[in-house]
Design a protein. Structure first.
Length: 351
């Protein structure tokens, strides 16, 4: 019987998965720019590539002048990556190890590395749980003051329309299919959808669900991440789902490099993760408060998987806290905002 972990690594032997990633220009260019624009962090340094795949990041590190790159790949793709590395004349710099990072040991006389690079991101950042492997590698192999590429991540959330999933069912070749659309919506409540939304599909300005600093993050911090805030609609539409995406940021001594997977960024293979509302269909106006609780919780038996829970809250419930100031049209929020503005105006006049 194939274990979950073995199945996970075996899935990465599918070349179509790597084709998808290698054709993802924003992904590749962000790493290329982040690595090559920080040659001072790579030149004559020891680099560890966690989950090296085809070896593209290892080759970029070699291009940036790394003295040695240890490329660790658990799947059998390691053999193909050796050929790719040789094709690029980096076989004397990049050494491939076909094992899990959990089973890896640095070669004799090498105690620590100066840089760890990895493309660990799954859908909504955490899917597949590879970030845990990067944190383990950081704790075991990265020298004090060493660099992680990337070293920070932000998960964003926003309420959204889902026109791409649920519109155009009023007439299919002249036949009404709204009943089908309702059943389709219910069938999608058991798992999130990976879709490419547009910024116009967002009903409110996105909020930060969490900011992760990989330099001091722990695996325990990733067991559960919660968002519980009131957001304010900035357009008219139907609240049909909750959209989640992420950015990752890289160390830089100059212009900061950001790889974004948001609806307003150049499309990536991650797209966005959406949790459709099974039946809830609230029409909102500009200024309407939208309240929900979103939870990303690690699966108790399968650590590479997450359960995603969305709970719709009543924004008019006294127990639901609004941000201060809040831009919604509720009387208490209008009065609070006016009071804060009067205090600010009085302070500016006094100054």
């Amino acid at each position: 019987m194939v274990s979950d972990i073995d199945q996970y690594f075996k899935s990465y032997e599918d070349l179509e998965i790597h084709e998808l990633m290698l054709r993802d220009k924003p992904r590749n260019e962000a790493y290329r720019h982040a690595i090559l624009s920080n040659r001072d962090l790579f030149e004559d340094k020891l680099v560890l590539d966690v989950g090296s795949g085809t070896g593209i990041l290892s080759c970029l590190a070699a291009q940036a002048g790394a003295r040695k790159v240890f490329a660790v790949e658990a799947s059998n793709l390691a053999e193909l990556s050796r050929k790719i590395i040789k094709e690029n004349d980096f076989e004397n710099v990049v050494e491939v190890f076909n094992c899990r990072i959990e089973d890896f040991n640095l070669p004799n006389k090498v105690e620590k590395v100066d840089v760890i690079i990895s493309e660990f991101m799954g859908f909504y950042l955490l899917h597949e749980g590879m970030l845990d492997s990067v944190l383990l590698a950081r704790d075991r192999f990265l020298t004090d003051g060493g660099s992680l590429f990337p070293d920070r991540a932000v998960i964003y959330v926003a309420p959204c329309l889902l026109s791409c999933l649920f519109k155009d069912w009023d007439s299919v070749s002249g036949i009404k299919m709204r009943t089908f659309a309702e059943e389709l919506r219910r069938s999608k409540q058991t798992k999130p959808e990976i879709v490419a939304l547009k910024s116009d599909d967002l009903l409110a300005t996105e909020a930060v669900m969490t900011f992760l600093d990989l330099n001091d993050l722990t695996s325990k911090d990733l067991n559960m991440i919660e968002f519980n805030e009131v957001m304010v609609a900035n357009k008219i539409g139907s609240f049909e789902g909750v959209c989640v995406w992420f950015d990752v940021l890289f160390p830089s001594s100059g212009e900061e490099v950001v790889l974004s997977t948001g609806p307003d960024a150049e499309p990536t293979h991650w797209k966005q993760t959406v949790v459709p509302m099974p039946e809830y269909n609230m029409t909102v106006e500009v200024g309407t408060p939208i309240a929900f609780k979103l939870t990303l919780q690690r699966h108790p038996q399968h650590f590479r998987r997450y359960n995603i829970f969305v709970e719709i809250l009543d924004p008019f419930d006294e127990a639901v806290e609004h941000p201060v100031p809040c831009q919604c049209g509720m009387t208490k929020c209008i009065l609070t905002k006016a009071h804060l503005e009067s205090i600010e105006e009085g302070s500016s006049l006094a100054a």
